[in-house]
Design a protein around this ligand. Structure first.
Ligand SMILES: [Zn+2]
Length: 260
């Protein structure tokens, strides 16, 4: 399964999800695409946060960096801070980890799963839990795995590492680094922690692109918030990551069910 653009400003992620769909729908798939479709069904949610994405695209016409960053949903909630905490996890003092302060970009909302978008995702996953999930984001050229809320490594660390090794091996241009999510920065109430805690889903986050990279390459883009959150060359990044996504899911399947 793949889900994208839980943060509305990270449009490159939904472009990548659409590319996965395109690759899965050709008559005669090849390589990792064919390998995956032979052993598994693929579900793709190209946009988890459609209101944020629409605002982000509109910011391309309007310009104005100071317009509110369309990371959150229409109600101002960071949808990747709106999930129930894993058992035993307590709040973290860093606001970026998730906060009850409404005006901050990491506002977690009034209660876990308070938002229609997160409830829809939770229902979809509960109805038929996938063995693996790609959570597609933008910014960082990094791949992370649970936990984001605990320092201890996950029981399935070897499975996550196999997924990430396969992912990186299929990236032709940029090979991303990887970390346990918590070692990048802490998040409590993240979607991947919930997917893994509740169903043992091998859920990884793929961060396509470099923060501000677009603006460095073309300073005229600096006045558009959109380009602070997305790589200058969207297509090249989508090309770089698409086969890697399929390879990661194949590796997850092999880890869970054995090779052959
Ligand atoms: Zn994000």
């Amino acid at each position: 399964m793949a889900i994208a653009t839980i943060h509305g400003c990270e449009v490159v992620a939904s472009e990548l999800a659409l590319r996965l769909l395109e690759k899965a729908c050709v008559d005669e798939p090849t390589g990792a695409v064919a390998e995956l479709l032979e052993v598994a069904d693929l579900r793709i949610v190209p946009v988890v946060n459609p209101d944020g994405r629409a605002r982000s695209l509109a910011s391309l016409d309007e310009g104005g960096l100071l317009r509110l960053a369309p990371r959150r949903n229409a109600r101002g909630v960071d949808l990747n801070r709106n999930w129930p905490f894993p058992q035993g996890v307590r709040d973290h003092w860093l606001p970026i980890a998730g906060t009850g302060v409404r005006r901050l970009p990491w506002y977690r909302g009034p209660s876990p799963l308070s938002e229609p978008e997160t409830r829809a995702m939770a229902d979809l996953v509960d109805s038929r839990p996938p063995f693996a999930l790609l959570n597609l984001h933008s910014t960082g050229q990094i791949v992370t795995y649970p936990w984001s809320s605990k320092e201890e490594p996950p029981d399935d660390r070897a499975g996550f590492e196999a997924m990430i090794a396969a992912f990186v091996a299929h990236q032709p241009t940029w090979q991303y680094r990887s970390k346990q999510s918590r070692a990048w920065y802490p998040i409590v109430g993240s979607s991947n922690d919930w997917f893994y805690d509740r169903h043992g889903i091998l859920a990884i986050t793929v961060e396509t692109g470099v923060p501000g990279g677009s603006v460095k390459r073309d300073p005229r883009k600096a006045r558009y918030f959109f380009w602070w959150a997305n790589p200058a060359d969207l297509e090249a990044h989508v090309d770089n990551d698409a086969d890697a996504c399929f390879a990661a899911l194949v590796a997850a399947h092999t880890y869970r069910y054995g090779g052959g």
